[in-house]
Design a protein around this ligand. Sequence first.
Ligand code: OSB
Ligand code: MG
Length: 379
Amino acid sequence: MNALTLEAVELRRIRMPLVAPFETSFGIQTERDILLLKAITSAGEGWGECVATEEPTYSSEYVDGAQHALVHHLLPRLFISARLTAEDVAKVLRPVHGHHMAKAAIEMAVLDAQLRSAGESFARYFGAVRHEVDCGVSVGIHRTIPDLLQTVGDYLDQGYRRIKLKIKPGWDLEPVRAVRERFGDVPLQVDANTAYSVSDAEHLAELDAFDLLLIEQPLPEEQVLAHAELAKVVRTPICLDESITSAQGAADAIQLGACQVVNIKPGRVGGYLEARRIHDLCASNHIPVWMGGMLETGLGRAGNVAMAAMPNFTLPGDTSASDRYYHRDITEPFVLSEGRLRVPTGPGLGVTVDLEFLEQVTFATETARPEPGRVRATR
Ligand code: OSB
Ligand code: MG
């Protein structure tokens, strides 16, 4: 792959109101504050989206922290690399611990620049085997069961192929039972976002009666062994989200018996290239994977949909249509057709940013550049 030089990175913060509030066990979101990157390189421009949330409530990362890490610790290391490819980014950034979402955003932007200049799509680069991907939808915690049934019914009418219910103690068996009773055998799964403890094992085993595809991340991020213990009590497959932060961690969790399914989120694991390694590792261990989501704009969605077209993404992803999240997206919208989204085929991410609308939703910009006079290291 042709190497490039990173000349500058524009960091842009946008505010995007959600079409409906989204409540999880870790809080309620009504709008998103998103960090976007535009990498300006010797090979042209590329876009990255950072999935860090406004507060460190999904994981330890948060958007202000990600921006700080990029400006002060990550980008300076990349600026002094004279010949850079997306495949080098993680290696150059290895001295900095953590900050996966920040690292993923810049790797994505460099990969986009690289592939756009080479005329190759993300999908082709990842070895996609599908032109469209099956889509599910993640349904937040609702105030009442009738409200929930209304929302789920609307999504099923739109064609979504799988429903995921957010659960927490006090909102678990009843909503699942109600959805099963009303909508029959629709593909159904739940996501607890770490809200339970292993002492809830017998309670969680009551979900077995509802024939769910999986239970996602019932226990805290660090409790990988406890998930293996839980898996002995609960028959429903356990899927890890928050706990899987690297390919090595995924390998360990699989060997421990802590997960039967893996949710892949490129941002959580430090980028698309590490996500691809997890896909491959899971494939060779007969562990199905599916594409998670972090309420991305069309940029992140484009990359995620491309990756979800890889062979071992055998379950529908949280790759919903643009209108599930935003009244207006910053790219051409992703539109659901028969419960699927089309995989972009153009160079790089294959979507175009609506620069005029982007300006309207931007509330802060900053440009990072190489320190003047700093010599680039030839690697
Ligand atoms: O745990 O999967 C999660 C959204 C934000 C943070 C964490 C999660 C989610 C979702 C929504 O479930 C996924 C999406 O539709 O993008
Ligand atoms: Mg999750």
